[in-house]
Ligand binder design. Structure first.
Ligand code: HEM
Length: 240
């Protein structure tokens, strides 16, 4: 990042203030977004209806993969956590921060298909919730369906049919937690591995008391953040 700044000219790019500003801002966004994503995943996974056995299925997958890789979380091992990947992706869909995704500034007047003109130098964005809850893209969009994305992956693997791989780092026009296009989150590969690792560790080593009702995410401006007062009851697992 520092190297990139020095490729540019101008006091703002290379001054101590300019460099620190960029780094602090990135650290803030990266850490906050990772924390929000993990917290939402915990709340969604442990609020799933008991009949769906989501925690047991995810724990089984984590323990199997961990054993197969002799107790070492390598990148290849994390990539095998297909169901956990789906559970997190689905949480990021249903509990996304919302608001306007893909915020961009217009460099010229843009005429939309419906004739509306967005003048140059305006900020625009795409409604994340509008897309994430659109039944055209997601069946029963208001339900947390942990294995929504892994089912087609696993079915395709069994039948060896080609399929669209919708994993946690795959952005699309109807899944925007990491944005989309040229400026999609470049830290998402690192972030996805961190989030999966944290949850796999939790599943293997801890027990969390399931929630009767999913704690509500409060609104902050046009965004939804995580509930500050939700309580998680957690204890170390006693292994046989
Ligand atoms: C789960 C955690 C994270 C989420 C949900 C997230 C989300 C986002 C979103 C929504 C954008 C804007 C994308 C767009 O406008 O199309 C973005 C950009 C970015 N993120 Fe992340 N982020 C996360 C973690 C991280 C981490 C850990 C890093 C760095 C280590 C990072 C680095 C960046 C950078 C550098 C950009 C700017 C990309 C560009 O403008 O070309 N992010 N992120």
């Amino acid at each position: 990042m520092v190297r990139e700044s020095f490729k540019r000219t101008g006091e703002h790019e290379t001054s101590v203030f300019g460099l620190s500003y960029r780094i602090v801002l990135l650290n803030f966004a990266a850490i906050t977004m990772t924390t929000i994503t993990v917290t939402n995943a915990i709340l969604d996974i442990w609020s799933s209806p008991p009949s769906q056995n989501v925690v047991a299925i995810l724990r089984g997958e984590a323990e199997r993969v961990y054993a197969e890789h002799k107790g070492e979380w390598t990148k290849a091992a994390i990539a095998k956590l297909v169901r956990l990947d789906s559970a997190i992706r689905e949480s990021a869909r249903i509990s996304s921060i919302g608001g306007a995704g893909m915020a961009r500034r217009t460099k010229r007047d843009v005429t939309l298909p419906n004739g509306l003109v967005v003048p140059k130098d305006n900020c625009i964005g795409v409604s994340m919730h509008g897309l994430h809850f659109d039944p055209e893209y997601y069946a029963a969009p208001h339900e947390y369906d942990a294995f929504r994305f892994s089912r087609p992956r696993e079915e395709a693997l069994l039948s060896e049919k080609p399929h669209v791989n919708e994993d946690l780092v795959t952005t699309s026009v109807h899944w925007l937690p990491f944005g989309h296009g040229l400026h999609a989150c470049s830290g998402r590969f690192f972030a996805a591995n961190s989030v999966k690792l944290m949850l796999a560790h939790l599943l293997i080593n801890y027990e969390i008391k399931p929630f009767d009702v999913r704690p509500v995410n409060p609104s902050f401006s046009d965004m939804q953040v995580v509930p500050r007062h939700a309580e998680i009851v957690i204890r170390r697992r006693v292994k046989a």
